[in-house]
Ligand binder design. Sequence first.
Ligand SMILES: [Zn+2]
Length: 425
Amino acid sequence: MKKTILLFFVAANFIACAQEDGAVNPKEVQRIESVLASDDMRGRRSGTPDIDRAGNFIADEFGKAGLQPLQGNTFLQSFSMLRPKMLSLKYEVDGADADTKNVIVITSETDLKVNEKSGYQIESIAQGENIFQRAQMIVNSQKNTIAFVDNSFAQSFSKLMYFKRQMFKSPANTIFVLGNQPKQYTIKAEHSFEETKYANVVGILPGKSRKNEYVIFSGHYDHLGIAREPVNGDSIYNGANDDAAGTTAVIMLANYFKKLGDNERTIVFAAFTAEEVGGFGSQFFSKQFDPSQVVAMFNIEMIGTDSKWGNNSAYITGYEKSNMGEILQKNLKGSAFTFHPDPYPQQDLFYRSDNATLARLGVPAHTISTSKMDNEPNYHKVSDEISTLDLNNMAEIIKAIALSSKTIISGADTPSRVKTESLSR
Ligand SMILES: [Zn+2]
């Protein structure tokens, strides 16, 4: 009996070690990358059935890793975007027809009729204000609103059409009217909509003690689809580096932290859709959180090639905007790995990836990357294939991310918030 029990313990211990090691190694990188970046995925273009296959694979991996859904009973976080087409517009002031060029209706309703008695919030954008910034705030407020825009903006007024190019389905309507608020008015608008369905893939490991404090690991799993003209007989944008690499890291970190099983804070693992077409996936995802409860976001973009400093190094975008980079550095002390500040600040990478939405809300949300933005020959090309990646280095980067986040996961460290007033866009 004893011998068997002893053997059992030895075996169990052996399996536990093997699994922990198995969570982050080049073989595992290879396994996940070769699915996500395969020709079968046809470039994972968001809004097509091709990306659904990738989404289902990631959801499956999250399930096997033992994550829980963030909401409901699925890892797929679905949402729709609308492209509106205006069919008719009528604007009446004191019973007489007025110029419809002075009205922009942003709505998800096919038939909308609004007048001064509709109970809409009334706003005004005054001369000298930043019209675009104010308009953005009004649209984001998610309240039925009519905003009267000062006549000094007559030239730029039509640019507010930007807000209805592609938009989230919303129960709230926003109407911009150029000119002063009339006593009596009626606005009638008819639209048709082209709807596109998207899905992020999101799973969590609930924290042992600080359940409402979230640490996010993310990457985007969409890419560019199929090229119109083949290049050397290849037309599939495999996106092995951009950003199957980041998605692979997210899946491997999910396995790593589940096996570790000691996270005091809740860890959120997210694979975003629609990064390449406007960042809609991370925008929708960000709306599901109270930003004050998000302690840190590690967004991972293009870690498949060596950085400009060679192996065992990566950079952090917006390094100076919080002290998160310093915390990560501290936790890497004694390892062979170094994080650097972003060496390409003129490229505005901090604002160009999925960390930006939460960073604008004050969350220490940074992107970790190794991409040589001045010299990355396969960037956004059909040649971004798994054969161009350094899988060993990738495994080291993923280990370094895991190690560097240790004190944030445990609650010992809390990065400083991003000062939103210091952001340039
Ligand atoms: Zn990318």
